[in-house]
Write a new protein. Structure first.
Ligand SMILES: Nc1ncnc2c1ncn2[C@@H]1O[C@H](COP(=O)(O)OP(=O)(O)OP(=O)(O)O)[C@@H](O)[C@H]1O
Ligand SMILES: Nc1ncnc2c1ncn2[C@@H]1O[C@H](COP(=O)(O)OP(=O)(O)OP(=O)(O)O)[C@@H](O)[C@H]1O
Ligand SMILES: [Mg+2]
Ligand SMILES: [Mg+2]
Lengths: 350, 327, 322, 499
């Protein structure tokens, strides 16, 4: 057991919807590659995030991947990793170079900070807003989950940028975005918040549910159905639902981005290869892997997604994972960038 | 003659009872420590000794600081037989204040954090004492209130402290602060009348009042102290974390409660509290948290085991004798 | 008789007393309503809106009714939220085979079982209820995870009757009437109050205190089971999360219970719970209508509740509060 | 003669070493009102509590109508046909009057688990009206009513089901003349119905007037049962008191009162709402000033008022130099100590160590620059505990382990430790055995000789007579009489002013 690689996962929750999907793909990769994985749930509570790195170091991990809740926490996490010679990669997150230059600098200089895999949240947000605007929405409600969450803040940037872009192009047909309200991470609070938003703004024609693991989205859709506004208010979100296909069909959902549960897999690969010495970690930089969101805007899209992403299927088969383990960093980036519903369909159709 | 025998008999019996009671009391006092040792031994076995390596000890200590500091304050409140559920919110708000002030000067930030905590503690104490509302109702209300405030202040972005503050994130500094707080609290608890007063109020508030204890004042002070001390914990937190998000301090109050109860602190407070409850409790709590991860169990299983161990430890160590009615 | 005394006398009159309590509650609700109506007249508080506020608030009121049984005895329970999660999931699982019966009975029976376990362990282990329920909360959360298998449990759209308007209103008002009935028209209510008032005397009157506490716990969690039916029907899905995430679900029902306790002296505990939760919903929706972030709502709710509890408390001099 | 309704055979009860009821055998006839009298602590309540299942007897048995009765609680006893109106408050707040009346006996209003509240209220109201207590509304919370009305509710609760044996334990002190008259009516009706009343009261006149026979208890022993008709108050008192006064443990000196005394404490116009009315007196150096009266006469509150512990106190309590005592810390700082009647709740912190208990009031004096050294505290506490010869394993022992007498010694030790010049001792020998009693009396004499002043509040008349230089007798919150120590002063003189 001594020489078996051990990789830690610091995650908000390994038991909620998105978290358990992440766990599923990581467990599969670990099994394929003969790696031990250890999970620590930190609920996005700052002090628990920083403590999780320590716990993983104690557990004897050779490397860890983390989904932090704010950039500043990374200073402490990077220190812990450096002190304990534990490789580190972030998933879903990137250190904001402008807002947190110190942490950014630390990440670059640390020989244990391998890199980050993240979606471009602003781009994702922008794209979703573009979709709803094109589908005719002009007054858009916004529901986040926790105030101040780093991911939400990134997406919110994107939504605002999307509106600006639209308004710049259509000076005579302006769109507006409401201030966000927060629906927490359960479906009943999500529904109550969505109802409140709609009651206060009966004229909205779109609602963005920024995320929160899918439960608030379920609640928001229930709210709209309950008010008899299905189809009148477009809903877009960044979390996939188990019954998204039906919702799309029924017009309850307009578009959805997601599929990001595969993102930690690439962070895992970064750390795995760093431990094996394949990816040299420089003291002046780190690897940045951009993960593409998958966008689903029609029932057909969703069908393909459902077939190859959910249930027992995973986007990569074990032999693919084995092969990927020896990818160079550029190949890995490429594979990541190439991941899409059609990519999986093409690969698995063979 | 016969009655004399009976008297002698009952005398002997009561002497024996007393002896037994003393032995039992002493054992009761050591149970938490025994619990700690058993847990350490068990995890040492399960992790091939990993948990007792120097590295693990250092890392556990690093996590223990804020919890141990804040528990010290809550220890005083719980000695009174009261509860403080606003601790997490205090940690959050104080951390925010410290982060803001850290741009001006570090000492100012520390003072600011302590004052913020003390102010919230004062509010708790004021409502509890002057309206005679049970402390747990008051502190649940203030928890709600200040958690909202914390979220409000961090809506647009996490509140970042001055970046260089994390340079203070060094073991010796945190250790020094924690040791300082523990030592100061210990000295106050042991060498001033505050300690006696706190225990007396917890053991019998009315009699304490008749013995000259200014009960209302002492109670308010305990809440203020608990807030202020958590202000210090907030400083350690900021130093470690660097920026404060809306979730800062979430569930901190429950962690403190669990830790202190695991350490053998009677929930009714009183004279049977021991300062060691703080240290043993926080250590048990963190060893449990980390040990279960080290074994590599999945989260739900970890939590299941944690719940069972918690109940078992409490059931075995709790002192039921000093609770007249168990509520 | 001076004015104050005359007023006091009026309040203690049985009929007027009850209206006094109700009146106070309605005035408070009207007060918050008026504030928001003035600040944002166009998008707040139409009758239709109010009805929606009510529908979201009654879910918590049902849980508050359950918790009331425990809290009047001087006990406490931190596993309310964990019960909502576990019972909802059990209910949804059963609804897949048994439809509505599975949903409702699954939630309620699971709740009753939890209540029994809480009460049983509290009595047998002799640990303060607050502590025993913290430990059990951890256990129920993980149990919920294993029952759900780590998957979001979606309630079938054909089974969402209790998330919509006549269904939720009927079920929750049935629960309110039941609570009121048990409190006022069965010996359980009387005994709960008696135990809360003086456990020793109650025992002397032949009340089997332990059994009564067990009944209290079971009742509490049966109502929380009903709350689970309403919650999962309202939100249409439930996810099991560990890490004490369920604790947050304790607090909104608890607020209602505080209202109930505060207004108990006017004999209007259940209406106080309903209106109290409604006030909280008004504040929440009011802030959303203002476009203020919902975070402000927590601040105002916390402060308002503290103020209400403080100013309706008329402490006896020298009374001991812990 | 018909079979007695109730027979007590050899009933026995001890609380630790206190032998509260000593092998008492008693018979009660059908259709009589039996008075049960005796000094405080003579075992009256304990005897009745065993009959009603509040305590379990250590030995002996009760036979009701020829059958043994073993009640485990009051409701059991009620079912068997015995009910009690207890000395303390027996109603539960938070319940309505009707719920209080029928608590534990709701069955008759419950059909299929449903309580018929209107019927219950109606029935309760009917009973209240029938008893002539129509001003009490059955459907209201008991909290709306004051002490006397609650006592009336208890009377209804205890009698409506026509118990075979009704026990009335010192209820009359809580009642006004109106309430008393109502109670007598009920007692007479019970007798007329060929049932039996056991009536406990310290008001001998009342006992003589309303009873058929009177049984006298002394120190837990049955002394005698005599017919009321032929008895006189003096005879009863003789039976109650029995032993010679002063012979062993009281003071024997009778100083001549011409010696001028320095005033050390002046109480002027002290009132406490509902408890005390305009009480004024002085306490002098080297004086034991006794305060006596019936339990509810306000004397216990007077001790609290002097100690600064009363809420809403009016009037002034000042030391000789004019320092006003307004709060407990004021009192303690100025050398006033206080031992409460409610020892376990108010005097001593039961769940705390002997050391902490002794040290508490003196903590400020023992501190050097605010620092308390445990060694010093231990020495201090040890010295004073030893001085009082407290029986203990060490000063770290918890007070909860001590016997009543030793608890009281700890209380005294703490005030001696504080070097208090003025001691307010409320019922200092309550529930304490003879030996400790003697210790405490000799200590009081010593303190007096050393020039300290003692305000002794006591329900025991002999104690007042035996120990005090001066005795104030209170009634209804006011001082009713003052006596100076003399050999001629007798219990009768005092009792006359108490009633
Ligand atoms: N809770 C207890 N735990 C252990 N021992 C106790 C406890 N209560 C009393 N004792 C012991 O039992 C004995 C009898 O106690 P009790 O209070 O009945 O004595 P007592 O007759 O009142 O004595 P005193 O004459 O001092 O009043 C004492 O020696 C005491 O130490
Ligand atoms: N629960 C108890 N524990 C210990 N001692 C007790 C207890 N109850 C009564 N005693 C003691 O038993 C003795 C008899 O008390 P009891 O209350 O029966 O007297 P009483 O005759 O009713 O006096 P009073 O006239 O004051 O009501 C007293 O010495 C008392 O201190
Ligand atoms: Mg008595
Ligand atoms: Mg005794």
């Amino acid at each position: 057991a001594e020489d078996k690689i051990k990789i830690g996962v610091s995650i908000w929750s390994s038991t909620d919807t998105l978290g358990s999907e992440v766990k599923r793909i990581l467990d599969s990769a670990a099994e394929t590659l003969g790696v031990d994985v250890v999970y620590v749930d930190q609920a996005h509570v700052s002090e628990q995030v920083t403590a999780s790195a320590e716990t993983l170091a104690m557990a004897g991990c050779d490397g860890m991947i983390i989904c932090n809740s704010s950039s500043a926490e990374m200073a402490s996490v990077i220190n812990t990793c450096t002190d304990n010679k534990m490789y580190l990669a972030q998933f879903f997150r990137v250190i904001n170079a402008e807002a947190n230059p110190t942490e950014y600098e630390m990440a670059k200089t640390s020989p244990y900070y391998v890199g980050t895999v993240h979606e471009s949240e602003p781009d994702n947000g922008k794209r979703l807003v573009q979709i709803v605007c094109e589908k005719g929405a002009r007054k858009i409600g916004l529901m986040g989950w926790e105030p101040g969450d780093a991911t939400f803040l990134g997406r919110w940037e994107g939504y605002k940028a999307g509106i600006e872009a639209w308004n710049a192009e259509h000076p005579s047909d302006q769109a507006t975005l409401l201030e966000p309200q927060y629906g927490r991470t359960t479906s009943d609070t999500g529904r109550a918040t969505a109802e409140a938003i709609i009651a206060a703004n009966p004229d909205i024609d779109a609602l963005i549910v920024a995320g929160g693991g899918g439960d608030p989205l379920v609640g928001a859709i229930a709210a709209i159905e309950g008010l008899g506004l299905t189809g009148k208010i477009q809903v877009v979100s960044t979390d996939f639902l188990p019954d998204l296909g039906e919702k799309l069909k029924a017009g309850a959902m307009s578009a959805e981005s997601g599929g990001h549960y595969a993102d930690p897999f690439f962070a895992f690969m970064l750390v795995y290869n760093a431990i094996r010495g394949n990816y040299p970690t420089s003291t002046d930089g780190f690897y940045e892997v951009i993960f593409p969101y998958m966008f689903v805007a029609s029932p057909e899209d969703y069908e393909a997604y459902a077939k190859y992403f959910t249930g027992t299927e995973l986007p990569y088969y074990p032999d693919e994972i084995k092969a990927m383990a020896d990818y160079t960093i550029d190949q890995l980036k490429e594979a990541c960038a190439a991941l899409s519903v059609s990519d999986v369909v093409a690969r698995h159709a063979k | 003659m016969k009655s004399q025998n009976i008297a002698a008999d009952s005398e002997a019996r009561s002497a024996r009872n007393l002896r037994n009671a003393r032995v039992h009391n002493r054992l009761q006092a050591f149970l938490p420590l025994i619990g700690l040792l058993i847990i350490v031994a068990a995890f040492a076995g399960l992790t091939d000794g990993q948990i007792v390596t120097m590295r693990s000890v250092r890392l556990i200590l690093s996590q223990v600081y804020p919890l141990m500091i804040a528990s010290t304050g809550v220890f005083m409140v719980m000695t009174l037989g009261s509860l403080d559920f606003s601790q997490g919110s205090i940690l959050g708000i104080s951390s925010i204040v410290i982060s803001w002030l850290s741009f001006y000067s570090i000492p100012l930030a520390i003072v600011g954090g302590i004052l913020t905590g003390a102010a919230i503690g004062l509010m708790n104490g004021f409502f509890h004492v002057s309206f005679r509302i049970p402390s747990f109702i008051v502190t649940i209300c203030t928890m709600y209130l200040f958690r909202g405030l914390c979220a409000y202040l961090t809506t647009d972005a996490p509140v970042a402290a001055m970046p260089s503050i994390t340079a203070l994130n060094q073991d010796w500094i945190k250790l020094a602060i924690t040791a300082g707080v523990l030592l100061a609290a210990f000295l106050v608890f042991r060498f001033t009348r505050i300690g006696i007063d706190l225990k007396a109020i917890g053991a019998g508030e009315l009699a304490a009042r008749y013995s000259g204890v200014r009960t209302d004042l002492v109670k308010v002070l305990a809440f203020v102290a608990a807030g202020a001390i958590t202000g210090i914990a907030a400083f350690v937190n900021v130093v470690k974390v660097g920026s404060i998000t809306s979730t800062a301090g979430n569930q901190f109050e429950t962690q403190i409660l669990i830790a202190l109860v695991l350490g053998g602190l009677p929930i009714s407070g009183g004279a049977k509290v021991r300062f060691s409850n703080i240290i043993i409790g926080t250590l048990i709590s963190l060893i449990l948290n980390n040990g279960l991860v080290m074994i590599g169990l999945d989260t739900a299983m970890q939590q299941l085991i944690k719940g069972v161990i918690f109940l078992a430890v409490v059931a075995l160590t709790i002192d039921r004798k000093s609770l007249k009615v168990i509520k | 008789m001076d004015w104050a005394a005359r007023f006091q006398k009026l309040k203690t009159n049985r009929v007027i007393g009850r209206f006094y309590g109700l009146g106070l509650l309605v005035v408070m609700a009207a007060f918050f309503f008026a504030i928001f109506k003035v600040l944002t007249p166009n998008n707040f508080g139409s009758p239709e809106n109010l009805f929606f506020y009510l529908q979201s608030s009654i879910i918590y009121s049902v849980g508050a009714c359950g918790l009331y049984f425990i809290v009047v005895m001087g006990l406490f329970d931190f596993s309310i939220g964990a019960n909502v999660v576990l019972s909802s999931i059990v209910g949804v699982v059963f609804s897949k085979s048994f439809g509505y019966a599975g949903l409702v009975l699954g939630c309620i029976l699971c709740g009753a079982l939890i209540g029994f376990l809480n009460g049983f362990l509290y009595i047998k282990l002799n640990i303060p209820s607050m502590i025993v329920t913290v430990g059990l909360m951890l256990i129920y959360e993980s149990a919920a995870y294993y029952v759900a298998g780590g998957v979001k449990q979606m309630l079938d759209p054909s089974l969402q009757m209790f998330g919509r308007s006549p269904g939720n209103i009927l079920l929750s008002f049935a629960a309110f009437f039941l609570t009121n009935f048990i409190i006022k028209h069965t010996r359980i209510g009387t005994y709960c109050y008696a135990i809360g008032s003086n456990e020793y005397t109650a025992k002397n009157m032949g009340i089997r205190v332990d059994r009564q506490k067990l009944i209290g716990f079971v009742l509490c969690h049966v109502f929380v089971g009903i709350m689970a039916v309403l919650s999962v029907s309202y939100g249409t899905s439930m996810t099991a999360t560990t890490g004490m995430a369920s604790m947050i679900r304790n607090f909104t029902p608890l607020m209602g219970t505080f209202f109930g306790l505060t207004f108990r002296k006017y004999g209007t505990a259940v209406p106080a719970i309903i209106i109290g939760e409604f006030i909280i919903a008004i504040i929440f929706n009011g802030f959303v209508a203002l476009g203020a972030p919902t975070t402000v709502q927590n601040i105002v709710t916390g402060a308002a509740l503290l103020a209400i509890v403080a100013f309706t408390a008329r402490p006896q001099k020298g009374a001991i509060a812990k | 003669m018909a079979q007695p309704i109730l027979i007590a055979e050899n009933v026995d009860k001890s609380f630790g070493i206190t032998h509260a009821v000593k092998h008492v055998s008693l018979q009660f006839e059908r259709g009589e009102i039996r008075g049960l009298i005796g000094e405080n602590g003579s075992g009256k309540s304990t005897f009745c509590s065993m009959l009603c299942g509040i305590y379990h007897s250590d030995g002996g048995r009760f036979m009701l109508n020829g059958k043994e009765i073993r009640a485990h609680n009051q409701v059991d006893a009620n079912r068997a046909g015995v009910s009690i109106i207890v000395q303390e408050m027996g109603t539960l707040s938070g319940l309505t009057v009707a719920e209080n009346i029928f608590l534990g006996n709701e069955d008759r209003f419950i059909r299929l688990g449903v309580k018929n509240t209107p019927a219950m209220n109606r029935e309760a109201q009917r009973l209240l009206d029938e008893y002539g207590f129509g001003h009490i509304k059955a459907s209201l919370m008991i909290d709306h009513f004051h002490f006397e009305d609650r006592k009336l509710v208890e009377i209804v609760k205890a009698t409506y089901f026509k118990p075979q044996v009704l026990i009335v334990d010192e209820t009359t002190t809580a009642l006004s003349q109106y309430g008393r008259d109502e109670l007598y009516k009920i007692m007479n009706a019970t007798r007329a119905d060929n049932r039996t009343v056991i009536f406990i009261s310290h008001d001998l006149n009342e006992v003589l007037q309303h009873t058929d026979h009177i049984s006298v208890l002394r120190d837990g022993e049955l002394i005698d049962t005599i017919p009321s008709q032929s008895a006189t108050e003096d005879e009863l008192k003789r039976l109650m008191v029995g032993r010679e006064l002063g012979s062993r443990y009281y003071r024997t000196d009778y100083p001549d009162e011409t010696k001028p005394l320095d005033m050390v404490l002046s109480v002027r116009g002290v009132s406490v709402p509902g408890q005390l009315q305009d009480v004024s007196f002085d306490l002098h150096r080297g004086e034991i000033l006794g305060v006596g009266g019936l339990s509810e006469c306000g004397m216990h509150e007077l001790g609290k008022a002097v100690f600064g512990a009363s809420y809403d106190r009016k009037g002034s309590v000042t030391l000789a130099d004019g320092t006003a005592i307004r709060s407990i810390p004021d009192a303690i700082r100025h050398s006033i100590g206080y031992a409460s009647k409610d020892r376990d709740n108010e005097s001593i912190i039961v769940n705390d160590s002997i050391c902490d208990n002794i040290v508490l009031p003196s903590a400020n004096d023992l501190a050097e620059n605010g620092v308390l050294m445990q060694r010093k505290l231990n020495r201090f506490a040890g010295e004073h505990a030893d001085h009082m010869s407290v029986k203990m394993t060490g000063i770290g022992q918890f007070v909860s382990d001590l016997s009543g007498g030793n608890k009281q010694k700890v209380v005294v030790a703490r005030w001696l430790g504080k070097a208090s010049d003025i001691l307010v001792l409320d019922s200092p020998t309550r529930g304490i055995d003879v030996k400790v009693k003697a210790d405490i009396y000799s200590l009081m004499a010593e303190l007096r000789a050393a020039g300290k002043s003692i305000l002794m509040i006591s329900e025991e008349i002999q104690e007042l007579l035996g120990m005090c230089d001066r005795i104030l007798i209170m009634k209804d919150g006011k001082i009713n009489a003052e006596f100076i120590r003399s050999r001629e002063l007798g219990e009768e003189d005092i009792i006359a002013k108490m009633l």
